[in-house]
Design a binder for this molecule. Structure first.
Ligand SMILES: [Zn+2]
Length: 92
């Protein structure tokens, strides 16, 4: 089973317990958008965050830690803007 590390809490878990985030190229001059890769098929580097209660949701604490520590742009090697759907998909 492939295992990945959550960029928030640092937990190593099977991919099924994490949500993959990738940088999606955007218009010239603006930052790439960090979006959820719910199918796990989008190309490029992926950053992983623990999933919340339902598939596709992110664990609130892990996303907060990832944002505070800069784990998503560091892992994606790009200065990304978080897609609003990521923020809205946090389970509370
Ligand atoms: Zn986590």
């Amino acid at each position: 089973v492939p295992r990945r590390r959550c960029v928030g809490c640092g937990r190593i878990a099977p991919k099924s317990e994490l949500v993959r985030i990738v940088a999606q190229p955007s218009a010239a001059g603006s930052r790439p958008l960090a979006v959820r890769d719910r199918e796990g098929t989008m190309p490029g580097r992926g950053a992983y965050v623990c999933r919340g209660e339902r598939p596709g949701e992110l664990a609130a604490g892990c996303l907060a830690l990832a944002i505070r520590r800069g784990g998503i742009p560091r892992t994606l090697r790009a200065p990304v803007t978080l897609d609003h759907k990521i923020v809205e998909s946090v389970s509370r």
